[in-house]
Ligand binder design. Structure first.
Ligand code: FAD
Length: 390
């Protein structure tokens, strides 16, 4: 069967692209191998879908070319998506830091995109496996479990590798390679970090403790909460810096980001109080204070600290270093860092420079957002741009 456009992947980017192209009057076929569409939207944001971020700007994204995402983000902004959400009467609220969530479930966003596809007369086929893609004189032919389909334009929106249990596959990367496009290195991102056995054992009793910190790894630094787990650390601060962390790198946490520990310790010098109890002043749970001070060798009274120890303790409180031994991998990662190289694509249209009619959008591309609605905004923006040009 002949279409103008075939979109592979009925996730965030694919639905946006299909609806946009369909509403332009293009005859669109949307294919997915999963039973249900947009499973990641369904589970996103704890079931409430953090669908965009009011502050989405190019510098909230990681990519070998940090400027690549500028054009798409300018062509389809968070305000454009909010306008669509409002048109569909979906209630939303800002949770924090510009992060917009649905008041009700994320199903509302899926239903909205489905309706937009219906308005564009998009034909959708689920549970279709794509066996072969080949290029013809006038476009592309797909051999699938539901027969052969042809189109002038092919849009790849098959996502990244995270959460394979709900349908993630390397399909898009393999297709890019088939057509000679470069890939950048792929790694799990927005992912909990794991500790070496000794550290994990030392902090295991703290599983569940959460603390506001300034976390740093490589060029990433974020002021958010860290959550201790049985295996290491998680929470928004860690998920954010995990995108900048590389094996062998230390993670540095400022455990008292609002205080000057040296001044505080100086003021308390001579006090009979245990340091662990005094740290309650900063909202530290006692069991965390005791375990951390024991590990660092400071389970003492304030008056027992020498001036040198006070200085050392202040330094550690503001720059506690721990070396993670890895991440919890794609099973727990929200996204995949890296992907189809932006060098191979036009930032204005998302079309492959050397393969006219072939587009890559969403997470399969080497553009990865911070935690907080940035990744969906990239899916909407890149999907819209391809939908306007395919
Ligand atoms: P996807 O949404 O993953 O869609 C890809 C589609 O392609 C899927 O439907 C899949 O079935 C299909 N597909 C894959 N392989 C094949 C194949 N071989 N053949 C046919 N079809 C195929 N981001 C935010 O901005 N806000 C959030 O609140 C948020 N929460 C998240 C929570 C979790 C637990 C996870 C895992 C991610 C979250 N993200 C969030 C990230 C966000 O979900 C992704 O960045 C976004 O879904 C990427 O959109 P996409 O369309 O590129 O890929």
């Amino acid at each position: 069967m002949q279409y103008n456009v075939i979109v592979i992947g009925a996730g965030a980017a694919g639905l946006m692209c299909a609806a946009t192209a369909g509403q332009r009057g293009r005859r669109v076929l949307l294919l997915d191998h999963a039973r249900k569409l947009a499973e990641k939207i369904r589970i996103s944001g704890g079931g409430r879908c953090n669908f965009t971020n009011l502050h989405a700007r190019f510098d909230c994204y990681l990519s070998a070319n940090p400027h690549f995402c500028r054009s798409a983000l300018a062509q389809y902004t968070p305000q454009d998506f909010i306008a669509m959400v409002e048109r569909h009467g979906i209630g939303y609220h800002e949770k924090k830091l510009g992060q917009l969530f649905c008041d009700e479930g994320s199903e509302r966003i899926i239903a909205m995109l489905d309706e937009e596809c219906r308005l564009g007369a998009v034909e959708r086929r689920m549970e279709v496996s794509i066996q072969q893609v080949s290029r013809t004189a006038d476009g592309f032919t797909l051999e699938t479990s539901a027969g052969a389909f042809r189109a002038a334009s092919l849009v790849v929106a098959s996502g990244g590798l995270s959460i394979p249990q709900i349908g993630a596959t390397p399909f898009g990367y393999r297709l890019a390679e088939q057509f000679g496009l470069e890939l950048t290195a792929l790694t799990p991102a927005l992912v909990p970090l794991t500790f070496h056995v000794e550290d994990a054992e030392a902090f295991a009793p703290l599983a569940g403790v959460s603390l506001e910190v300034e976390a740093r790894a490589g060029k990433g630094h974020f002021r958010e909460n860290v959550l201790f787990t049985h295996k290491g650390v998680s929470g928004p601060a860690i998920l954010q810096v995990s995108s900048y962390w590389q094996p062998g790198m230390e993670l540095e946490l400022d455990l008292l980001p609002d205080a000057d520990a040296a001044v505080w310790l100086e003021q308390k010098a001579g006090s009979e109080q245990l340091i662990a109890n005094a740290l309650a002043e900063f909202g530290w749970p006692k069991r965390f204070a005791e375990a951390w001070l024991a590990r660092e060798g400071f389970n003492l009274r304030l008056k027992d600290l020498s001036p040198r120890q006070r200085q050392q303790l202040a330094e550690r409180l503001h720059g506690w270093r721990v070396k993670p031994n890895g991440t919890q991998g794609y099973k727990k990662a929200e996204v995949t860092l890296g992907g189809v190289s932006t060098k191979s694509l036009s930032s204005k249209t998302m079309m492959a420079n050397e393969v006219p009619g072939l587009f890559f959008i969403g997470e399969v591309v080497d553009v990865t957002g911070w935690l907080g609605g940035y990744n969906f905004q990239w899916a909407w923006s890149s999907g819209y741009v391809a939908g306007m040009n395919c």
